[in-house]
Design a protein around this ligand. Structure first.
Ligand code: AOS
Ligand code: ZN
Ligand code: ZN
Length: 388
């Protein structure tokens, strides 16, 4: 098995994009537990995200959400971010919080509603020009709650037509990533429910359209690493929305529910050439912490991804391939498990220090006084993470 020193250079390629909405108050449909010190505007969200990057070196960009992160001056937001050592990343559209979209947005039977949703994406694309973003991420809540409510096939045709109009508008260096989700908030059918549907639509759109895989968007028991392998093989895996779940789209800290699954996913990413700066596969978190502190929750998340990435890179690929080709079932599994069972935390702590980063970023945050400062300064603010 390679040593940690052998794989450490590849760890410098790790870049995990943080979602702006992770820093604001968020919760479930039952309750949002407000927290002291949460950002009052997108500028403060960026500051909090930059703190995560300062202490970990893992989170150089911040995804924005429109309209939650709308500002008058995106150039000012961009230079604010850059002054703090981070950049603006993916622009996430939102066609799930406007009353007009109750029966659908880009799939709606009324062409005027569809046009309104398309125009929202045009606005997002205009903003991408100001933020310098590469990716437009589209997640659609579109679907129906009852059989017969609408024509499932006609909705696919409307979806294809709307996406084509949006895709036509993105720049030659920009990408459209289409995220799927098997249910919620629609309960009978969702118009982009699975990787196959997303793939069918992005393949029809063209070379700059890709699938976004949210790890919380699958039926329980789904072999997600198979989907990763398949989409990489098809050249259509654009990005991850990493989080973890016990039952539904829980948006919990990535790796918290099943670190072995996260390891297997990242192993397929590495095997399939989806890891690293030029891979074209963006690692993004999509989490909404409800009860734990926001910034430490994001630090824990990026460290979880880093730990499983290090373990995945430790897999002895030559020995694994040899065992696989020899049909050595137990031997092949043992090669993989040897890497997974390797506790990389001490080596990672040392490696961080060698790069001028705190050995223990969570402890460094707790000792930094930043949480106390934002709780004292940001009195009366309640910028929702999820929600207008
Ligand atoms: C919703 O469940 C999806 O995960 C979305 O990707 C995400 O929450 C959205 O991007 C925020 O607009
Ligand atoms: Zn998502
Ligand atoms: Zn989700």
């Amino acid at each position: 098995m390679p040593s940690f020193g052998d794989i450490a250079p590849r760890l410098t390629e790790q870049a995990i994009e943080l979602p702006s909405w992770a820093f604001g108050n968020s919760g479930t449909r039952f309750k949002v537990f407000g927290q002291a010190g949460v950002p009052r505007d997108p500028f403060e969200k960026i500051a909090d995200a930059a703190k995560v990057h300062e202490l970990t070196g893992l989170a150089p960009t911040v995804a924005l959400h429109i309209p939650w992160d709308k500002v008058d001056d995106y150039a000012a937001l961009r230079s604010h971010a850059e002054s703090l050592g981070v950049g603006l990343g993916t622009i996430n559209s939102n066609t799930f919080q406007d009353d007009d979209y109750k029966l659908g947005s880009v799939t709606h039977a009324d062409p005027k509603v569809r046009q309104k949703a398309i125009d929202h994406h045009f606005e997002c694309i205009d903003i991408m020009g100001e933020t310098g973003s590469r990716d437009l991420k589209i997640w659609l809540a579109d679907g129906t709650n009852y059989p017969g409510q609408d024509d499932i096939r006609a909705r696919q045709d409307r979806l294809a037509d709307s996406l084509a109009k949006i895709y036509e508008r993105i720049g030659e260096h920009q990408r459209l990533v289409l995220e799927y989700k098997f249910f919620e908030p629609a309960f009978y059918h969702t118009d982009v429910p699975d990787w196959g549907t997303s793939y069918a639509h992005v393949a029809a759109l063209g070379d700059r359209a890709f699938v976004c895989l949210d790890t919380g968007h699958h039926a329980p028991g789904t072999n997600i690493e198979f989907i990763v392998a398949q989409l990489l093989r098809l050249g259509k895996l654009g990005s991850f929305d990493f989080n973890s779940r016990f039952y539904a789209d829980d948006d919990l800290i990535v790796g918290a529910a099943d670190p072995f699954q996260l390891f297997r996913i990242i192993l397929e990413v590495v095997r399939g050439g989806g890891y690293g700066a030029d891979s074209g596969v963006a690692f993004m978190l999509d989490q909404c912490h409800n009860i734990e502190k926001k910034i430490p929750g994001q630090i824990r998340s990026v460290l979880n991804v880093q730990e499983m990435t290090a373990r995945a890179l430790l897999v002895d690929r030559d020995a694994l391939t040899a065992a696989q080709n020899a049909g050595d079932v137990l031997g092949a599994n043992e090669v993989l498990m040897d890497a997974f069972y390797t506790d990389v935390r001490p080596a990672l702590a040392e490696w961080r220090e060698s790069r001028g980063l705190p050995a223990n970023p969570l402890r460094a945050y707790a000792e930094s006084g930043y949480q106390e400062k934002i709780e004292a300064d940001r009195v009366g603010g309640d910028q929702a993470g999820w929600g207008a």
